[in-house]
Design a protein. Structure first.
Length: 142
């Protein structure tokens, strides 16, 4: 699990390159740099970004001769979910529910359909998420 799911613009662009890699063996710094179209970045800049992403737990790396090959540590969807989950984690149950309801009230019809389908899927599999005990009086029922 990433230490921090929050990514800057350049980090996001680098992750987009890694997520679209179909080689199956990861990418070197040079390969990532070459695929960052429309950006005039120094090799060392890309190397620094990849090192920071690895330190955050967002990428993994493996030695390939003198170079490192980088891969995403998780899927785009998993990292996005982690970025959304992190701020909610520290809220009380009532605040977390209010934030989720507010988020859903601003969702598009397509997004709401996707949420309904996912909820139906979870319930059909019997994989109901466990109840969390948050902080605050609203959590006394579990």
């Amino acid at each position: 699990m990433p230490k921090s799911a929050s990514l800057g613009d350049l980090e996001q662009a680098v992750m987009d390159v890694l997520w679209t890699d179909d080689t199956g063996h990861g990418l070197t710094v040079r390969e990532v740099s070459d695929r960052l179209t429309g950006r005039d970045l120094a090799y060392t800049t890309v190397m620094t970004v990849l090192s920071r992403l690895e330190a955050k737990g967002v990428t993994t790396r493996e030695r390939d001769g003198r170079a490192w090959r980088y891969r995403p540590a998780s899927t785009r969807e998993s990292l996005t979910a982690q970025a959304m989950r992190s701020p909610l984690h520290d809220l009380s149950s009532a605040d977390r529910q209010a934030a989720i309801l507010h988020f859903l009230s601003e969702a598009s019809a397509d997004d709401l359909d996707a949420v309904r389908a996912a909820m139906a899927d979870v319930e059909a599999k019997g994989d109901r998420p466990r109840r969390r005990r948050g902080r605050g009086a609203a959590d006394s029922t579990g």
